[in-house]
Design a protein around this ligand. Structure first.
Ligand code: ME8
Length: 519
C-alpha cells in the first residue's frame, strides 16, 4: 500500500482577498504534494481559512457586516485562488465549521485534564495584526515613538481575565525535540531564532479572551473564547475527523509537513508541539518555514499601493509561468523579490526559449518529416547514451530527491541543466542537417530527443502541471505513466513500432511581452 503523506499550508486570515504570499505558499505546497503523488505516495493536502480572532471581528465591524458574513464572502476568494492556480488540495478547512469547534474544544479538554490550564489575569502587549502576545523585551520603537512588535505591527496593552497554558513546563521537552529531531524545523536557518526563544525560558501562554466573543467557546467557561491560535492550529487535526478515532486520523496523523511562512514559525514549532504533547498526540514530522516575497524589494501594503492580485498576474503571464517563476526565482526558504519584468524574463528565457522551443522544434520536425510516425533508433552512439543517462538520472533521481528535501528551486535548477544539455545536443547533432545526408542518424537523434523531452515533461510536471500534461498528451504518453517510475515504461520510448501518430504541436509558452509603460 502506498505510504501516506500529509501536507498542510497555513490557514489564511480571510480579512481581505488573497495576496501574493498566499499564492506562493499554496503553490509551493501544491508542488510538493504533486511531486509526492507522482512518486506514488498517497497524498492528503489540506489548506483553508482562519476565521476567528480579533482581527476578523474588527474588520467585519469596520465593514458594517457580521464576522460570519465576512468569512463567507472572503473564504470563497481563497477557494477560487486555489482553483485558478491549479492548487490540488484535498481538504479546504474553514475554522467556523461546527466540527472544528468540537475538535478545538476536545483539544482544550485534554490539555485541561493534563493540568496544563489555569485561570489568571493577563497583563501585557498584544498585536491584533499578528494575533500574538509579546514580551516587553521583544518590542521595538516606531518612528513616532510608538511600541511595535518584532514584525513591525502596532501593539496594545491588554488587561483581562484569561486562561493560561503551562507553556513553561514544555521548554525542556521542546529543546529535546529540536535536538533529537533536527528535521522537525526546516530550513536550518530558522533554528536559532526558535532556540533562542525557548532557551530564554518560556512564560505561560494566555490562551483565552473575554473582551470579545468571535471564537470557539472555552468548555465550561462561557464568557471566554479561545485565543485564535489555539483553534487555528487545531485545524490540522479537524480535517482528519479528530476527536473521533477515524481511519483518517490513524492514516494521516502525524502530518509530514506543515508548510508555513517564517513569521509564524514560533506558533508552529513552540506552541503547537507543546499543545500536542499536553494532549498526548503525536507531533508533526516537519515544520518548514518558507521566506517572504517582496514586491520589487518592498513589502506590499495598501498604503504603498503596491498590492498585487496573484490572479491578475496569472491572467497576464499564465498560471504555469507564474508557478514556475515563484518556485524558480527565489531559493525556497529564503526571502526574495518579484516583478513583472522578472516574470517575463524567466518565462521567456527558460520556459519559452530553452524548453518550449526544444519541444516545439523537435516535435514539429518529427510531425512534418516523418509524417507523425515516431523515429526509429538505429544504434545509439556515445553522445546519445550520455544525454539519456544525464536526463534519466536528473528526472528519476536528482530532481525527485530535491523535491523530497523541499528544495523546489534546486529541483528546477537541475531540470534546467538537463534542458540545456538537450539543447546543446541539438546544436551538435544538428538533426535538420542530417535529413539529406544521413536520415537514419537523424531518426536516432530525434528518437533520443523524443525520449528526453517526455522525461523532462514528467520531471517538471509538479511545477507546471497543465503545460507538462499538454505536452505529454501531444506525445501520446498516457496519464497513468506520468510518474518517475513510469519513465521506465515503454511509453517513453515507443518510437517506430508505435501505432501512435504525432500531430503538429502548438507552442506551449507564448512569448511574453511587457506593456510599454513597464518595459
Ligand atoms: O498567519 N510572502 O495567516 P496569514 C510569503 N492565520 N508568504 C507570506 C507573505 C509573503 N509576503 N505574507 C504572508 C496567518 N505569508 C494565520 C496562520 S496557521 C494555523 C494560521 C504567509 O493570512 C504567512 O507566513 O497572515 C502564512 O504562512 C500564510 O501566508 C498565511 O498568512
Amino acid at each position: 500500500m502506498a505510504e501516506p503523506f500529509y501536507i498542510t499550508t497555513a490557514i489564511s486570515y480571510p480579512n481581505g482577498k488573497p495576496h501574493i504570499g498566499h499564492a506562493y505558499e499554496a503553490i509551493a505546497a501544491d508542488v510538493i504534494a504533486r511531486h509526492q503523488r507522482q512518486q506514488g505516495r498517497d497524498v492528503r493536502f489540506q489548506t483553508g481559512t482562519d476565521e476567528h480572532g480579533l482581527k476578523m471581528a474588527q474588520k467585519a465591524r469596520d465593514l458594517g457586516i457580521t464576522p460570519k458574513e465576512l468569512c463567507d464572502e472572503m473564504s470563497a476568494y481563497f477557494i477560487d485562488m486555489c482553483k485558478a492556480l491549479n492548487v490540488s488540495y484535498d481538504v479546504f478547512m474553514r475554522t467556523t465549521e461546527p466540527r472544528h469547534h468540537a475538535a478545538s474544544q476536545e483539544l482544550w479538554r485534554r490539555m485541561e485534564a493534563k493540568g496544563d490550564l489555569y485561570l489568571d489575569r493577563y497583563e501585557g502587549w498584544y498585536s491584533i495584526r499578528d494575533e500574538a502576545y509579546y514580551d516587553e523585551a521583544e518590542l521595538t520603537t516606531g518612528e513616532g515613538g510608538e511600541k511595535l512588535s518584532p514584525q513591525g505591527t502596532p501593539v496594545e496593552w491588554t488587561v483581562e481575565e484569561s486562561w493560561f497554558f503551562r507553556l513553561s513546563k514544555y521548554a525542556e521537552p521542546l529543546l529535546a525535540l529540536y535536538n533529537d529531531h533536527p528535521e522537525f524545523l526546516k530550513p536550518d536557518s530558522r533554528r536559532n531564532e526558535v532556540l533562542r526563544f525557548v532557551e530564554g525560558g518560556l512564560r505561560d501562554l494566555s490562551v483565552s479572551r473575554t473582551s470579545f466573543d468571535w471564537g470557539v467557546k472555552v468548555p465550561g467557561s462561557d464568557n471566554h473564547v479561545m485565543y485564535v491560535w489555539v483553534d487555528a492550529l487545531t485545524n490540522y487535526l479537524t480535517g482528519l475527523g479528530f476527536p473521533e478515532e477515524t481511519p483518517e486520523m490513524a492514516k494521516w496523523w502525524p502530518a509530514d509537513i506543515h508548510l508555513i511562512g517564517k513569521d509564524i514559525v514560533r506558533f508552529h514549532t513552540v506552541y503547537w508541539p507543546a499543545f500536542l504533547m499536553s494532549a498526548d498526540l503525536a507531533l508533526p514530522r516537519q515544520v518548514f518555514g518558507h521566506g517572504f516575497l517582496l514586491n520589487r524589494g518592498q513589502k506590499e501594503s495598501k498604503s504603498l499601493g503596491n498590492v498585487t492580485d496573484p490572479l491578475e498576474l496569472a491572467g497576464r503571464f499564465g498560471v504555469d509561468t507564474l508557478r514556475y517563476f515563484l518556485m524558480r526565482e527565489v531559493a525556497f526558504g529564503q526571502d526574495g523579490s518579484y516583478s513583472p519584468e522578472a516574470i517575463v524574463m524567466r518565462g521567456n528565457s527558460e520556459l519559452g526559449n530553452a524548453f518550449g522551443n526544444l519541444a516545439q522544434r523537435v516535435l514539429s520536425f518529427i510531425a512534418k518529416n516523418l509524417e507523425g510516425t515516431l523515429p526509429a533508433i538505429h544504434g545509439h552512439d556515445q553522445a546519445d547514451n550520455d544525454l539519456l543517462e544525464l536526463v534519466g538520472t536528473a528526472v528519476q533521481h536528482d530532481i525527485p530527491a530535491a523535491f523530497d528535501a523541499v528544495a523546489p528551486t534546486q529541483a528546477i535548477e537541475l531540470w534546467m541543466q538537463a534542458v540545456f544539455a538537450c539543447n546543446a545536443y541539438v546544436d551538435t547533432q544538428a538533426p535538420w542537417a542530417l535529413r539529406k545526408t544521413d536520415p537514419e542518424r537523424m531518426e536516432t537523434v530525434l528518437a533520443t530527443l523524443f525520449i528526453c523531452i517526455a522525461q523532462l515533461a514528467t520531471g517538471i510536471r509538479a511545477v507546471i502541471p497543465a503545460s507538462a500534461d499538454k505536452l505529454l498528451d501531444t506525445m501520446g504518453v498516457p496519464v497513468d505513466v506520468r510518474t518517475y517510475a513510469g519513465i521506465g515504461s515503454h511509453w517513453y520510448s515507443p518510437l517506430a513500432e508505435s501505432p501512435f501518430r504525432l500531430a503538429a504541436p502548438t507552442p506551449l509558452f507564448p512569448r511574453l511581452e511587457l506593456p510599454a509603460e513597464e518595459a
